[in-house]
Design a protein. Structure first.
Length: 225
Protein backbone atom coordinates (compact mmCIF):
# COMPACT_ATOMS: atom_id res chain seq x y z
CA UNK A 1 0.00 0.00 0.00
CA UNK A 2 2.65 2.54 1.04
CA UNK A 3 4.85 1.64 -1.97
CA UNK A 4 2.01 2.46 -4.38
CA UNK A 5 1.43 5.76 -2.63
CA UNK A 6 5.08 6.76 -2.94
CA UNK A 7 5.17 5.78 -6.63
CA UNK A 8 2.12 7.95 -7.29
CA UNK A 9 3.64 10.77 -5.29
CA UNK A 10 6.93 10.62 -7.24
CA UNK A 11 5.03 10.71 -10.52
CA UNK A 12 3.10 13.70 -9.24
CA UNK A 13 6.34 15.53 -8.46
CA UNK A 14 7.40 15.14 -12.07
CA UNK A 15 4.14 16.65 -13.25
CA UNK A 16 4.34 19.61 -10.90
CA UNK A 17 7.23 20.96 -12.95
CA UNK A 18 4.70 21.82 -15.69
CA UNK A 19 2.11 23.36 -13.36
CA UNK A 20 1.47 27.03 -12.84
CA UNK A 21 1.34 28.12 -9.22
CA UNK A 22 -0.08 31.29 -7.74
CA UNK A 23 1.28 32.03 -4.30
CA UNK A 24 2.01 30.09 -1.14
CA UNK A 25 -0.44 29.24 1.64
CA UNK A 26 1.08 28.41 5.02
CA UNK A 27 -1.04 25.75 6.72
CA UNK A 28 -1.00 24.29 10.22
CA UNK A 29 -3.00 21.54 11.80
CA UNK A 30 -3.21 18.27 13.67
CA UNK A 31 -4.26 14.65 13.17
CA UNK A 32 -6.34 13.03 15.90
CA UNK A 33 -8.13 9.79 16.72
CA UNK A 34 -11.74 10.17 15.61
CA UNK A 35 -13.21 9.03 18.92
CA UNK A 36 -10.67 9.78 21.64
CA UNK A 37 -9.28 12.95 19.99
CA UNK A 38 -5.79 11.82 20.99
CA UNK A 39 -3.10 13.37 18.76
CA UNK A 40 -1.39 10.97 16.33
CA UNK A 41 2.36 11.55 15.76
CA UNK A 42 4.33 10.55 12.67
CA UNK A 43 1.31 10.49 10.35
CA UNK A 44 2.10 11.14 6.68
CA UNK A 45 -0.08 13.45 4.59
CA UNK A 46 -0.02 13.63 0.80
CA UNK A 47 -1.60 16.73 -0.72
CA UNK A 48 -3.19 16.72 -4.16
CA UNK A 49 -4.62 19.57 -6.21
CA UNK A 50 -7.81 18.81 -8.13
CA UNK A 51 -7.96 20.40 -11.57
CA UNK A 52 -11.02 20.20 -13.80
CA UNK A 53 -10.49 19.22 -17.42
CA UNK A 54 -13.04 19.04 -20.22
CA UNK A 55 -14.11 15.57 -19.14
CA UNK A 56 -13.23 15.02 -15.48
CA UNK A 57 -11.20 16.03 -12.42
CA UNK A 58 -7.47 15.30 -12.44
CA UNK A 59 -5.50 14.83 -9.20
CA UNK A 60 -1.94 16.17 -9.14
CA UNK A 61 0.41 15.61 -6.19
CA UNK A 62 1.69 18.96 -4.95
CA UNK A 63 3.22 18.20 -1.56
CA UNK A 64 3.87 15.86 1.32
CA UNK A 65 4.31 16.41 5.04
CA UNK A 66 3.81 14.54 8.31
CA UNK A 67 2.82 15.20 11.88
CA UNK A 68 5.61 15.75 14.39
CA UNK A 69 6.14 13.85 17.64
CA UNK A 70 3.21 15.74 19.17
CA UNK A 71 0.75 15.11 16.32
CA UNK A 72 0.93 18.58 14.70
CA UNK A 73 2.03 19.57 11.19
CA UNK A 74 3.00 22.72 9.32
CA UNK A 75 3.49 23.11 5.58
CA UNK A 76 3.95 25.82 2.95
CA UNK A 77 1.52 24.83 0.18
CA UNK A 78 2.03 26.13 -3.33
CA UNK A 79 -1.41 26.92 -4.65
CA UNK A 80 -1.99 25.59 -8.16
CA UNK A 81 -3.61 27.83 -10.72
CA UNK A 82 -7.23 26.82 -11.47
CA UNK A 83 -7.27 24.28 -8.60
CA UNK A 84 -10.27 25.04 -6.41
CA UNK A 85 -10.17 21.84 -4.35
CA UNK A 86 -7.38 19.98 -2.56
CA UNK A 87 -7.27 16.40 -1.29
CA UNK A 88 -5.41 15.62 1.90
CA UNK A 89 -4.60 11.91 1.85
CA UNK A 90 -3.70 10.50 5.28
CA UNK A 91 -1.60 7.36 4.87
CA UNK A 92 -2.91 4.33 6.75
CA UNK A 93 -1.18 1.50 8.59
CA UNK A 94 -2.09 -1.36 10.91
CA UNK A 95 -3.36 1.04 13.59
CA UNK A 96 -5.36 3.53 11.55
CA UNK A 97 -7.16 3.28 8.21
CA UNK A 98 -6.23 5.60 5.34
CA UNK A 99 -8.53 8.55 4.79
CA UNK A 100 -8.95 11.33 2.23
CA UNK A 101 -10.28 14.77 3.16
CA UNK A 102 -11.31 17.13 0.36
CA UNK A 103 -11.23 20.87 1.11
CA UNK A 104 -12.33 23.71 -1.11
CA UNK A 105 -9.78 26.48 -1.62
CA UNK A 106 -11.94 29.01 0.24
CA UNK A 107 -12.40 26.68 3.21
CA UNK A 108 -8.70 25.86 3.18
CA UNK A 109 -7.73 29.54 3.23
CA UNK A 110 -10.18 30.37 6.01
CA UNK A 111 -8.96 27.55 8.26
CA UNK A 112 -5.32 27.41 7.15
CA UNK A 113 -3.96 27.72 10.69
CA UNK A 114 -6.51 25.44 12.39
CA UNK A 115 -6.85 22.28 10.28
CA UNK A 116 -7.92 19.08 12.01
CA UNK A 117 -8.01 15.66 10.36
CA UNK A 118 -9.46 12.58 12.04
CA UNK A 119 -8.53 8.93 11.59
CA UNK A 120 -10.47 5.81 12.48
CA UNK A 121 -8.75 3.27 14.72
CA UNK A 122 -8.24 -0.29 13.51
CA UNK A 123 -8.23 -3.32 15.83
CA UNK A 124 -7.51 -7.01 15.31
CA UNK A 125 -10.35 -9.36 14.40
CA UNK A 126 -10.10 -13.16 14.17
CA UNK A 127 -12.81 -15.14 12.36
CA UNK A 128 -12.70 -18.86 13.21
CA UNK A 129 -14.41 -21.28 10.82
CA UNK A 130 -14.88 -25.01 11.25
CA UNK A 131 -17.03 -27.61 9.49
CA UNK A 132 -18.80 -29.87 11.95
CA UNK A 133 -21.31 -31.64 9.67
CA UNK A 134 -20.57 -35.13 8.38
CA UNK A 135 -23.31 -35.15 5.80
CA UNK A 136 -23.00 -34.40 2.93
CA UNK A 137 -19.37 -35.29 2.36
CA UNK A 138 -18.64 -32.00 0.59
CA UNK A 139 -20.08 -28.52 0.45
CA UNK A 140 -18.91 -24.98 -0.35
CA UNK A 141 -18.66 -21.92 1.88
CA UNK A 142 -17.98 -18.31 0.89
CA UNK A 143 -17.26 -15.50 3.34
CA UNK A 144 -17.26 -11.72 3.06
CA UNK A 145 -16.88 -8.96 5.62
CA UNK A 146 -17.46 -5.24 5.89
CA UNK A 147 -16.71 -2.83 8.73
CA UNK A 148 -18.65 0.40 8.98
CA UNK A 149 -19.84 -0.27 5.44
CA UNK A 150 -16.35 -0.72 3.95
CA UNK A 151 -15.42 -4.00 2.25
CA UNK A 152 -12.85 -5.89 4.32
CA UNK A 153 -10.68 -6.54 1.25
CA UNK A 154 -10.23 -2.79 0.82
CA UNK A 155 -9.85 -2.02 4.50
CA UNK A 156 -6.91 -4.33 5.29
CA UNK A 157 -5.27 -7.44 3.75
CA UNK A 158 -6.48 -10.78 5.09
CA UNK A 159 -4.11 -13.29 6.66
CA UNK A 160 -5.50 -16.75 6.23
CA UNK A 161 -4.77 -20.05 7.98
CA UNK A 162 -6.74 -22.14 5.54
CA UNK A 163 -7.12 -25.91 5.52
CA UNK A 164 -9.72 -25.98 2.79
CA UNK A 165 -9.28 -25.15 -0.88
CA UNK A 166 -9.22 -21.45 -1.70
CA UNK A 167 -10.48 -20.47 -5.15
CA UNK A 168 -11.60 -17.31 -6.86
CA UNK A 169 -10.74 -13.90 -5.41
CA UNK A 170 -13.06 -14.38 -2.47
CA UNK A 171 -12.65 -16.40 0.70
CA UNK A 172 -13.87 -19.85 -0.18
CA UNK A 173 -13.72 -23.31 1.42
CA UNK A 174 -14.62 -26.51 -0.42
CA UNK A 175 -14.82 -30.02 0.96
CA UNK A 176 -15.55 -31.95 4.10
CA UNK A 177 -12.64 -31.00 6.35
CA UNK A 178 -12.47 -27.29 7.05
CA UNK A 179 -10.77 -25.62 9.96
CA UNK A 180 -9.60 -22.09 9.28
CA UNK A 181 -8.88 -18.70 10.84
CA UNK A 182 -9.12 -15.40 9.02
CA UNK A 183 -7.04 -12.69 10.65
CA UNK A 184 -7.90 -9.15 9.67
CA UNK A 185 -8.65 -5.65 10.95
CA UNK A 186 -11.90 -3.83 11.67
CA UNK A 187 -12.88 -0.38 12.83
CA UNK A 188 -12.92 0.02 16.60
CA UNK A 189 -16.32 0.77 18.12
CA UNK A 190 -18.07 0.39 14.77
CA UNK A 191 -20.41 -2.29 13.50
CA UNK A 192 -18.69 -5.07 11.57
CA UNK A 193 -20.77 -7.53 9.55
CA UNK A 194 -19.62 -10.99 8.47
CA UNK A 195 -21.63 -12.86 5.82
CA UNK A 196 -21.39 -16.54 4.92
CA UNK A 197 -22.95 -18.24 1.89
CA UNK A 198 -23.24 -21.98 2.37
CA UNK A 199 -24.00 -24.19 -0.64
CA UNK A 200 -25.16 -27.61 0.57
CA UNK A 201 -27.21 -30.26 -1.20
CA UNK A 202 -27.91 -27.90 -4.08
CA UNK A 203 -29.32 -25.20 -1.82
CA UNK A 204 -27.93 -21.84 -0.76
CA UNK A 205 -28.13 -20.59 2.81
CA UNK A 206 -27.01 -17.10 3.92
CA UNK A 207 -25.87 -16.54 7.51
CA UNK A 208 -24.91 -13.14 8.95
CA UNK A 209 -23.13 -12.27 12.17
CA UNK A 210 -22.32 -8.83 13.54
CA UNK A 211 -19.81 -7.61 16.10
CA UNK A 212 -18.73 -4.27 17.50
CA UNK A 213 -14.97 -4.58 17.96
CA UNK A 214 -13.52 -3.07 21.12
CA UNK A 215 -10.21 -1.26 21.35
CA UNK A 216 -8.79 -3.12 24.32
CA UNK A 217 -10.17 -6.62 23.75
CA UNK A 218 -9.54 -9.80 21.76
CA UNK A 219 -12.20 -9.57 19.07
CA UNK A 220 -13.33 -12.78 17.43
CA UNK A 221 -16.21 -14.41 15.59
CA UNK A 222 -16.77 -18.20 15.61
CA UNK A 223 -18.70 -19.95 12.86
CA UNK A 224 -19.43 -23.66 12.78
CA UNK A 225 -21.43 -25.31 10.03
Amino acid sequence: MKCLIYIAFTAGLFLTGCLKTEGILDIKGKVVDEKTKVLIPGRELIIQALIRTDTNMVSINVGQTSTDSSGFFTYSLRKVKDAYYYDFYLVGDSNYAFRTNTLGLMELEENAQFLTFQLRRLVDLSINISRKSKNPAFDTLYMSMESDGIDGRILFPYKLDNYGQKIDLRLCWIGGKVKSTVRTKAFADRRTKVDWELFRNGKKRVITDTITCRREAENSVNFGY
